[in-house]
Design a binder for this molecule. Sequence first.
Ligand code: UD1
Length: 415
Amino acid sequence: MPKIRIEGNHELNGEVTISGAKNSAVALIPAAILSTSSVIYNVPKITDIDYLIKILELLNCKVEMKDGNLYIDSSKSKNADIPEELSVQMRASYYFMGALLAKFKRAEICYPGGCKIGNRPIDLHIKGFEALGAKVTQIKSKFIIEADFLKGAKIYLDFPSVGATINIMLAATAAEGTTIIDNAAKEPEIVNVASFLINMGCKITGAGTDKIIIEGGRSLHKGVVEVLPDRIEAGTYLIIGALLGDLKIKNVIAEHIHAVLVKLKEVGVKYEIQKDGILIHKCNNINPTTITTLGFPGFPTDLQQPFTTLLTQAEGKSIINETIYESRFRNAEYLNIMGANTKLISFDTLEINGKTPLRGADVYSTDLRAGASLLVAGLIANGITTIDNIELILRGYEDVVEKLQKIGAKIELIP
Ligand code: UD1
């Protein structure tokens, strides 16, 4: 696998167009199995998508990617066991649990993969399937989820999990009667998936609130959906702009990153929300702050790592309190190698003392957003930064090298 090499500390400017959201696309593709045929517009070109397409093909779907749009003929789909070599490639393979259970009343799939940022159990998904009448058997890392009949149920999630909300919503489309998901996650990606399901004939209300109601058991037809813009990618480029130059971020829904915009304003960054995007200005006097990650509409955990890099340039002490994952500060040790002064106060709290100039170094991307944090660090550092294990970054950021080169970054892939 190549590495990313960055010659840092060059002013950037220009436009960046945000791609379709990874976390939406990876749920929309498994959802497509429920329709007869579908079109998903604005699918990002990232590696997770390639693996999900492989799974659809294994399920006898015909799939064509053309001009960033995915055309899926699922009229002759057949059930199949999803082998570990495909399921471990990403977290989102677990959406085939809910989708196959709805479509074929049986899913056989191994434990999902994804970034190593904590324990990441899937007990809430499983409890949800069981509440709908499914029997779940686990043999080593394999789950067999089956039901003769799925029946609507009232489900309360102990935690508003994004994955469990989507997975239960998928399964509930085939459950006779009404399913209510209480304490559901409210992320925009959930609304995107619900819109797709509604478009193919499902009756769903409340997506985007903490109570989602699904009237299941309807026969479904063709579906069309557009992947919403990636709010995490947008947030990452906003951070880059705040550090390195005036950037126009296009194809972004400002309401989806409201919490991030509020924090940027609080630390002194200036931006304008315009008709066709957000214009962000480089800020030379960044103030410290405290951030607590929360489910939507709170500050997204996926942006705390890139934001940490921004806070290394703030004068004074900042605190990041991570409430979603147990192990999401692995970027900090590499930031320190680059000259930052961060300290892990406890497993969920990071202290950042700035302002510290960063210098180029050889670093390692331990997870997707840690990689993004190091990418931002490399762009502001003096000298050369080389990032290893970049396949994790490429899993989440479409054309990241090309997009950064276009705005003036000295960045390249090296063997
Ligand atoms: C999704 C996103 C990820 C993002 C996260 C939180 C995808 C593919 N990934 O991950 O980028 O960081 O939402 O916004 O969309 N939990 C349980 N039991 C469960 C499910 C979750 O305890 O059955 C816990 C997890 O360990 C974690 C927390 O709930 O601590 C949040 O997880 P969840 O919202 O499910 O995140 P994902 O769907 O995995």
